[in-house]
Design a protein around this ligand. Structure first.
Ligand code: DVN
Length: 256
């Protein structure tokens, strides 16, 4: 008789898989396809859930690849209308409040796959068919090609590739690196917008109302973004503190 060993998980520096990961992604898939976007009611959440876990279970969580996520990507394809893509960097809370009010705009987290994975962590282990709930690789201390980072790079790339018309980005003018070269927006999204489809990138640079400095659009990091886009033949526009519009939308919302 062979005694089954308890799973020998490697110790990583990052937090482990979110408890009840599978139930959460399955529940979110049904919520999204039945309630949030019933036009996607034909999607097979069982299949999607399985493709998600198949992408990383029994695999080295530091050698994750775009290829691992291809079956999942194919099952979750979704059309975002032209002019409705909203990117962001360092404005996680604000952008989602705005998208909640401006319902026709889509952030990645307003698409099926982004909605399912938002805020979760996951990884597997080559020596076990189970998820590792103890620890997962940290992207700085362990490895950059970890299952979570590769996932976000892959879905962000597709989100940018699929965009058309005017694309908006909500940036944070109250941090020194408003356009941060290490961010997903800078590394992945800016370089995967297709100039044949995307004529303009419109930046809204928001500042914390407690310490507004003058013109965020003239910051060095924004000039860098402008330069990258001009080389890519995409027009760049920038607006400081788009707050007036935000307030108008919030007002309309509260008076509905
Ligand atoms: O346009 C959005 C959206 O479409 C998304 O896919 O990319 C853009 C936002 O990511 P960002 O440009 O990197 O913006 P931030 O504000 O620098 O990062 C947002 C969050 O994403 C971070 O808080 C990270 O979460 P964490 O690690 O603090 O819990 C997370 N994140 C960023 N890059 C990541 C990552 N998580 C895992 N792997 C990465 N490579």
């Amino acid at each position: 008789v062979m005694w089954r060993q308890p799973p020998q998980h490697q110790e990583w520096k990052g937090a482990g898989t979110t408890a009840h990961f599978y139930e959460i992604i399955l529940g979110r898939c049904y919520t999204y396809t039945q309630i949030v976007r019933p036009e996607l009611g034909h999607k097979d959440c069982q299949k999607i859930g399985k493709a998600f876990t198949d992408a990383f279970l029994s695999k080295d969580p530091c050698s994750s690849t775009e290829q691992d996520y291809q079956p999942l990507m194919e099952l979750t394809n979704q059309t975002v209308p032209c002019d409705k893509t909203l990117l962001w960097s360092k404005t996680n809370e604000l952008v989602h409040e705005y998208a909640w009010v401006q319902r026709e705009l889509f952030t990645l987290e307003n698409t099926l796959l982004g909605y399912m994975a938002d805020g979760l962590r996951w990884c597997g282990d080559p020596g076990s068919p189970e998820m590792n709930y103890q620890s997962c690789p940290d992207r700085w201390k362990d490895c950059s090609n970890n299952s979570v980072s590769v996932f976000w790079n892959t879905v962000s790339k597709r989100f940018a590739e699929d965009a058309c018309g005017v694309v908006r980005v909500l940036l944070n003018g109250s941090v020194h690196n408003t356009f941060d070269e290490r961010s997903t927006f800078a590394r992945v999204e800016v370089f995967n917008l297709h100039p044949e489809k995307v004529h303009t990138l419109q930046a809204w640079v928001m500042q914390d109302i407690r310490n507004i400095s003058s013109d965020s659009c003239s910051h060095a990091s924004i000039k860098n973004l402008k330069l990258i886009l001009s080389k890519r033949n995409i027009t760049f526009t920038c607006e400081n503190n788009y707050r007036d519009s935000f307030q108008k939308h919030l007002w309309r919302f509260s008076h509905k």
